[in-house]
Write a protein that binds this ligand. Sequence first.
Ligand code: PMP
Length: 460
Amino acid sequence: MSQTIAKSNQTKRWQEMDAAHHLHPFTTHHQLAKTGARVITHAKGVYLYDSEGRKLIDGMAGLWCVQVGYGREELAEAGYKALKELPYYNAFFQTTNPYTAELSQKLSEVTPKGIDRFFFANSGSEGNDSAVKIIRYFWNLQKKPNKKIFIARKKAYHGVTIAAASLSGLTSMHPQADLPMPGFVHIDCPYWYGEGGDMSPDEFGLKTARALEEKILELGADNVAAFVAEPVQGAGGLIIPPATYWGEINRICKKYDILLHVDEVICGFGRTGNWFGSQTYGIEPDMINMAKGLSSGYQPIAAVGLGGRVGDVIFNSDEEWSHGFTYSGHPVACAVALANLEVMQKEHLVEKAGGSTGAYFQKKLAELGDHPLVGETRGVGLLGAIELVKNKATREKYPSELDVGYRCRVHCFDNGLVMRAIGDTMVLSPPLVISESEIDEIFYLARKCIDLIARDLGVL
Ligand code: PMP
């Protein structure tokens, strides 16, 4: 790019190239082409910078993933070293490499007790598709070939590949690709604020957990393979389960011999204040899927971790396992993930998310509860949600055509804050390295932008 081109022209050129040739995830393309995509050129710490020199504080850690913040030399060095020494080799044909072996060992130390064997993929979606195949194979090896139905939840997000999208319960994802596939069903989720009505959170937690038991009895336990769920539902609106929920789910899965596959893609690696959401909520997974924070997003990498029950059966099978990617256990991705986990351990980032940093974040989040537009704030660790409502007493939301959440997000961008809108639920998930003064900045801007949308709506 020529240095003589003025900055705004550079931006325009990138936007034009992008509009002409780049298809974006979850985007209405002809609309984006009119406005032009925001061009993010670099990032440092918790801040993003765009091609017009504007600075934004990233309240979402990218897509819930940049645990160690941007611009970490340790990760860049680790990637560079691996790129020089072993830029690629595969894990087929009885080979491994130091990075993949060491990352596997490290994961066995930080994942919940009993999760000891890891299969590597490149994205959370691939991880879940792999998990579906592992579960099918497990029941085939167990000589229970009828146990094939997957139960997941409404508002779940498990990714976009065919099986992952079938597991997902965000119904807008289904019609374009004729999904879900047969054999994938969805039960109610524990979204107390939106759907709990007059019940207490604890009552609602039990009710929605028992929806699993009802579904198993309806389908027949002999036909059900697994229950798949996120500890806290992320992209579905940051749905934090009531305290009664997960214990009951553990009980039901055991009683009916249903595998419990926990999708830790967002909740893993410190997000909820422990290494994994399963630890925060006392979940007893048979297997987990992880991605995002595994490499802080610096490299595409995911892993499916297997507990003894499933892992031993796959491990001891006499036939070759017919699954795996060209890039499974990619040396550069593994080297960067390893460096990321070392930084997280050295800087006690998980302990901070579950301790001082998390507590400060939750205190500031709760303070927004006094705003006339805020019906509820909820959070755990370094996750936070803010429900924008018309009526605080009845929890009534604004009509969807008013696009309140989206318009609030636009105010945020315009004022230098990245805060996500899921319907009218505003969501925060900042890097784990965030300082108290940066948390102050996020909540100062969040309140300012909620004031702005309240003014637009005539509330202030
Ligand atoms: N599972 C969960 C819980 C997720 O939040 C996501 C992504 N947001 C995925 C799976 C899919 O991951 P990816 O986009 O890397 O395929």
